[in-house]
Ligand binder design. Structure first.
Ligand code: PLP
Length: 417
């Protein structure tokens, strides 16, 4: 990371040297163009090495042993928690819970907070652009409790129809759950404004930050949100670890989500007393090494700077819009680049998204095709499936041009067929 002294602008070619997988060649000798970062990102050597280091020198279970190795492991695990706390500017370390990812974080809140606080007829407000991870847990809760789900509608260009919010909030929902950035249309949602209005109406706010924390600066105190969930594997970290942030007073008042070791203070044969935060929500052996790897990923991102990452990805997105529009037959989903993070989804007239992605793959381009775990959003946009190119700071303008060229080729192949 010594090469990462703050140098503007961000230099993707230098950073790419940290990512061994980006030099992979496939299908004979085609270079990999990795444009599936919204699904999962790649890991730099520094993160990979930190995993090896722990396993080789410092691995034991955490918070349990009285031995040296367990102390080492526990220190690293808790250091990672502190890094995550600082990264999102949470006030207290107890507000940072290690989960296995965004999905678990949202389920934790739906089960624990929802189980205690949501009853028949209560409303939960979601949006039409949510990932299934921020729909299904609330549907499960609503089914169990007889609660009512409502949704902030979206405009035709994939932005939240904010003018609909006051009326929805006047129904006094218990919670508003919203993605900070859509994983399909890339829209950056006005989370701070939603939180302000929701709180004025007496609702709590949960943010699905899976697509925002890796790409934009995040400050939970400035946003004024109550819960925020994200995943390590979408921000250079290992899979199997994520973070749930929750305001301490709220987490304190919530019952444990999973029961087992580590989350207890005392157990009798027929009853238990839960542990203090954050252990209360970390039952069983946690994702020790993934959490430590996530800490290294946070160091790496911090050294580049989230502002620079965001600016750079915006530049790629603007260029992607320009070149894709020039292909002909491309329908870009979502708003103009100034309202977006680095996610560009589109359809190509007359050719199914899966077929497009297959031809792209022949050109070495890894893009995602399908509904991207957002079926209701696709329905609202009038399509079953789309192709998604999603960027990170290691992508280049040349790769964006390659995408457009491969789409021209895709059209040619299908015209012949
Ligand atoms: N929310 C959004 C917006 C996502 O993009 C994703 C993953 O694609 C998730 C939630 C679920 O994340 P995970 O599978 O890491 O739990």
């Amino acid at each position: 990371m010594s090469t990462l002294a703050p140098v503007l602008p961000l230099d993707p070619e230098t950073l790419r040297e940290d990512f061994p997988i980006l030099s992979v060649r496939l299908h004979g000798d085609v270079p990999l163009v990795y444009l599936d970062n919204a699904a999962t990102t790649q890991r730099p050597r520094q993160v990979i090495q930190s995993l090896v280091d722990v396993y080789e020198k410092q691995y034991a279970n955490v918070h349990r042993g009285i031995h040296w190795l367990s102390d080492q492991s526990t220190d690293l695990y808790e250091e990672a928690r502190e890094k995550a706390r600082a990264f999102i500017n949470a006030r207290h370390r107890e507000e940072v819970i290690f989960t296995y990812g965004t999905t678990e974080g949202i389920n934790l809140v739906a089960r624990s907070w929802g189980g205690k606080n949501v009853g028949a007829g209560d409303e939960i407000l979601l949006t039409e652009m949510e990932h299934h991870s921020n729909l299904v847990p609330w549907q499960q809760l609503a089914q169990e409790r007889g609660a009512v789900l409502r949704h902030i509608p979206i405009t035709d260009d994939g932005r939240l129809a904010m003018d609909a919010l006051p009326a929805l909030l006047s129904r006094r929902p218990k919670l508003v759950a919203v993605a900070a950035v859509s994983n399909v249309v890339g829209t950056i949602n006005p989370v701070a404004e939603i939180a302000r209005q929701a709180h004025a109406a007496g609702a709590l706010v949960l943010v699905d930050a899976a697509q925002s924390v890796p790409h934009l600066p995040t400050d939970v105190q400035a946003l004024g949100v109550d819960f925020l969930a994200f995943s390590g594997h979408k921000m250079l970290g290992p899979s199997g670890v994520g973070i749930l942030y929750g305001r301490r007073e709220l987490l304190d008042a919530m019952p444990p989500f999973l029961g087992g070791g580590s989350m207890i203070r005392r157990v009798k044969l027929d009853t238990f007393e839960p542990a203090e935060l954050p252990a209360k929500f970390e039952a069983g052996t946690p994702p020790i090494v993934p959490a430590i790897g996530l800490g290294t990923a946070i160091d790496y991102l911090h050294a580049i700077g989230l502002e620079r990452i965001h600016e750079y990805e915006r530049m790629l997105t603007i260029r992607a819009h320009q070149v894709l529009q020039s292909v002909g037959g491309v329908r870009l989903l979502g708003p103009a680049p100034e309202h977006k993070a680095g996610i560009v989804s589109f359809t190509l007239e007359g050719i199914h998204a899966h077929d497009v992605a297959q031809i792209l793959d022949r050109h070495g381009i890894a893009a995602r095709a399908g509904h991207h775990c957002a079926m209701p959003l696709h329905k609202r946009l009038g399509t079953n499936a789309s192709v998604r190119a999603s960027f990170y700071f290691y992508n280049t303008l040349a790769e964006v041009e390659q995408l457009a060229a491969a789409l021209v080729e895709t059209k040619r192949v299908f015209r012949k067929a």
